[in-house]
Design a binder for this molecule. Structure first.
Ligand code: IMP
Ligand code: MG
Length: 191
C-alpha cells in the first residue's frame, strides 16, 4: 500500500489547478438551478428517475441531489468504455438500471463529457429500453476540437482539453476525493 501512497502523491505533483473548489461549487449550483427550473413547475415532467454513472459521477451526484427541490427517484448505472482503433469503442454495462425505465423521464448524471461516446451509448440504450425522454446533465464538458455525438442538456462548467482529476474523476483510481479540478501537466501516457 505504501507504493500506492507514493504513486498517488507523485502524480498529484504533476498536476495544476484548473478549477478552484469555489468554481466547482458554482458549477454544481448552476446545474441544480437549471434542473429545479425544469422540474419544479412543469407538472407533465413529474417524478423523474435520476441515474448516476458510477464511479465518476459519485461526488457530483452526492452534492447535486440535496440541492434539488422536487420529488425524484435515484438509482445508479455503471458502464466502462474500451476503445481501440481497430474495433472502435465498445461500451460494456456493468450495472444496468434496476428500475423499469419504461415511459419514465430519465436524467443521466455524469462527471465529464469527453468524446461523448459513453453518454451517446447510454442515451440510446435507455431510449431503446422505453424511456420517454433522456436528459443529460454533466458536471464538466471538455473542450475538444471534434464534434460530439451528444449535446448535454445541462453543463456545470467547461473544462480544458486535458486529462483532469478531482471531484469524482480519477487517474489510476486515485484522487476522486479532491475538492478542486486539476489537470495533468504532462502527457497522460508519460505519467
Ligand atoms: P467519453 O465517452 O469520451 O465522453 O468518456 C467519458 C468518460 O470517460 C467519463 O464518464 C469519464 O469517466 C472518463 N473520462 C473522460 N475524460 C476524463 C478525464 O479527463 N479524467 C477522468 N476521467 C475522464
Ligand atoms: Mg465515467
Amino acid at each position: 500500500m505504501n507504493s500506492h501512497n507514493k504513486r498517488a502523491k507523485d502524480i498529484l505533483k504533476k498536476t495544476e489547478q484548473v478549477c478552484t473548489p469555489e468554481e466547482v461549487q458554482a458549477a454544481v449550483n448552476k446545474v441544480a438551478i437549471e434542473l429545479n427550473e425544469r422540474f419544479n413547475h412543469v407538472e407533465t415532467e413529474s417524478f423523474p428517475l435520476f441515474l448516476g454513472v458510477m464511479g465518476g459521477a459519485v461526488v457530483f451526484t452526492g452534492q447535486l441531489l440535496p440541492k434539488l427541490t422536487f420529488p425524484l427517484e435515484f438509482d445508479f448505472i455503471h458502464v466502462s468504455r474500451y476503445g481501440s482503433e481497430e474495433h472502435g469503442s465498445e461500451v460494456i454495462w456493468k450495472v444496468i438500471p434496476r428500475q423499469n425505465v419504461m415511459n419514465r423521464i430519465v436524467v443521466v448524471l455524469d462527471d465529464i463529457l469527453d468524446e461523448g461516446e459513453t453518454l451517446a451509448h447510454i442515451q440510446k440504450r435507455l431510449l431503446e429500453m422505453g424511456a420517454s425522454k433522456v436528459i443529460l446533465a454533466v458536471f464538466g464538458d471538455k473542450q475538444t476540437s471534434a464534434k460530439k455525438p451528444v449535446t448535454p442538456d445541462h453543463i456545470g462548467i467547461t473544462l480544458p482539453n486535458k486529462f483532469v482529476i478531482g471531484f469524482g474523476m480519477d487517474i489510476e483510481g486515485y484522487w476522486r476525493n479532491l475538492p478542486d479540478i486539476r489537470a495533468l501537466t504532462t502527457d497522460p501516457l508519460m505519467i
